[in-house]
Design a protein around this ligand. Structure first.
Ligand SMILES: NC(=O)c1ccc[n+]([C@@H]2O[C@H](COP(=O)([O-])OP(=O)(O)OC[C@H]3O[C@@H](n4cnc5c(N)ncnc54)[C@H](O)[C@@H]3O)[C@@H](O)[C@H]2O)c1
Ligand SMILES: [Mg+2]
Length: 346
């Protein structure tokens, strides 16, 4: 069985690599899809793949100089670590597929939460770091990879049982689904859709803060989509609920997976509100403050670092979310829009 799978895997890789009619990207996506669908192919891929490790959902990082790296362990290194703990290779079965290289080396994520953290850290010369820190200190490409790997590990951890029968669910090898064999129900990993809206009146934009935010930080309005709601409806409702304004027009900007507090799909939009009613009526159950910002104040805020925001009188000057957050992109786009408008007027 294993030999057959190995032959198949080698043949599949060869055909995928030499198939000139498709781009590298298309071949890569097809290979990943195949690994999700074919358990024996994926089990074989685990023996030649690389592993990102986590401990109770905290990713493993290594600090090299001032940089934080996210090391990938080879299958042989994984085996060595597990043997050190007198654990069998069956642990590898707990890993989930999170991507592959252009050369079709598959990448997996594995949570070693049941093993002694300090021993692994000493052995591999690094540390398991809370994602709330790790996400902001690693390279941007690595931060989105860590976020989606953690989201998938978290989903498996919290979907061990069928919500209809209470029986244990089984993951497929890639970890792209779980099945309850008693009821036949298949569960797929989920994200909660959230709209994030940068409201503008044409020359100012509206930012808000919740009491739980770090001091001085303001961001765009946001909220979870209700069941059955379209993105446009959710955006209009959230603006009405949180600041009492009516959206006149709305346009999509981009989307992002956001891992805090757990797996949201952020759908980012710009909105223009009616000029006749610009007075904010804030919902103080959800927000601590919501106000209009002019272009100059936004440009100053974008330059400000959180640790330079505190003034001598103890108050904080406004600062905005870092580049990893889609709110940052919305604010930057608004600035570009404003500055190109003023150039056009001149
Ligand atoms: N990446 C970014 O730039 C960015 C910016 C702002 C907010 N966010 C994220 O957007 C998310 C939602 O923002 P919000 O707090 O303004 O939402 P919100 O205004 O909908 O308020 C949150 C409340 O909604 C309820 N709720 C409804 N459905 C929920 C669900 N599926 N999961 C959790 N709570 C649910 C809960 O009562 C919760 O307290 C947060 O996770 C936040 O981290 C990301
Ligand atoms: Mg909100």
């Amino acid at each position: 069985m294993v030999i057959m799978a190995a032959i198949y895997l080698a043949a599949y890789r060869r055909s995928a690599l030499f198939c000139r009619s498709h781009s590298t990207y298309v071949r890569k996506m097809r290979y990943l899809n195949k690994l999700k669908e074919d358990d024996s192919l994926c089990r074989q891929a685990q023996t030649s793949g690389t592993f990102y490790i986590f401990h109770n959902l905290s990713p493993f990082l290594q600090k090299v100089g001032k940089k934080y790296l996210t090391p990938q362990l080879s299958a042989a290194e994984m085996k060595r670590i597990l043997e050190k703990f007198k654990e069998t290779e069956q642990w590898i079965e707990k890993s989930v597929l999170i991507g592959c290289s252009d050369e079709h080396v598959p990448h997996f994520a594995l949570d070693l939460g049941a093993l002694e953290k300090s021993v692994i850290e000493a052995e591999l010369k690094g540390s398991f770091t809370d994602l709330r820190k790790a996400f902001f200190v690693v390279d941007e490409k690595d931060s989105s990879l860590l976020a989606s790997a953690q989201a998938l590990l978290r989903w498996h951890d919290s979907h061990q049982y069928c919500s209809k029968t209470g029986q244990p669910t089984q993951k497929n090898v890639a970890g792209s689904k779980r099945v309850c064999h008693a009821s036949g129900i298949t569960y797929y990993p989920q994200m909660s859709p959230v709209v994030i809206i940068l409201v503008s009146d044409g020359s100012r934009c509206l930012l808000a803060r919740q009491a739980s935010f770090p001091q001085g930080m303001y961001t765009a309005l946001s909220g979870f989509c209700d069941i059955g709601e379209a993105v446009e409806e959710a955006a209009r409702r959230e603006v009405a609920e949180e600041v009492g304004l009516e959206v006149e027009s709305l346009w999509y900007s981009a989307s992002q997976h956001w891992p805090f507090p757990s797996s949201c799909l952020m759908i980012a939009c710009h909105a223009l509100v009616r000029r006749q009613q610009l007075e904010i009526s804030m919902n103080s159950l959800e927000l601590e403050e919501a106000r209009w910002f002019g272009l100059e104040e936004i440009m100053e805020g974008l330059k400000r670092e959180p640790n330079s925001a505190k003034q001598d009188n103890g108050r904080f000057l406004p600062w905005f979310p870092p580049k990893q957050a889609i709110a940052h992109k919305l604010i930057n786009e608004w600035v570009k829009q404003q500055t190109s408008q003023s150039t056009q007027v001149l």
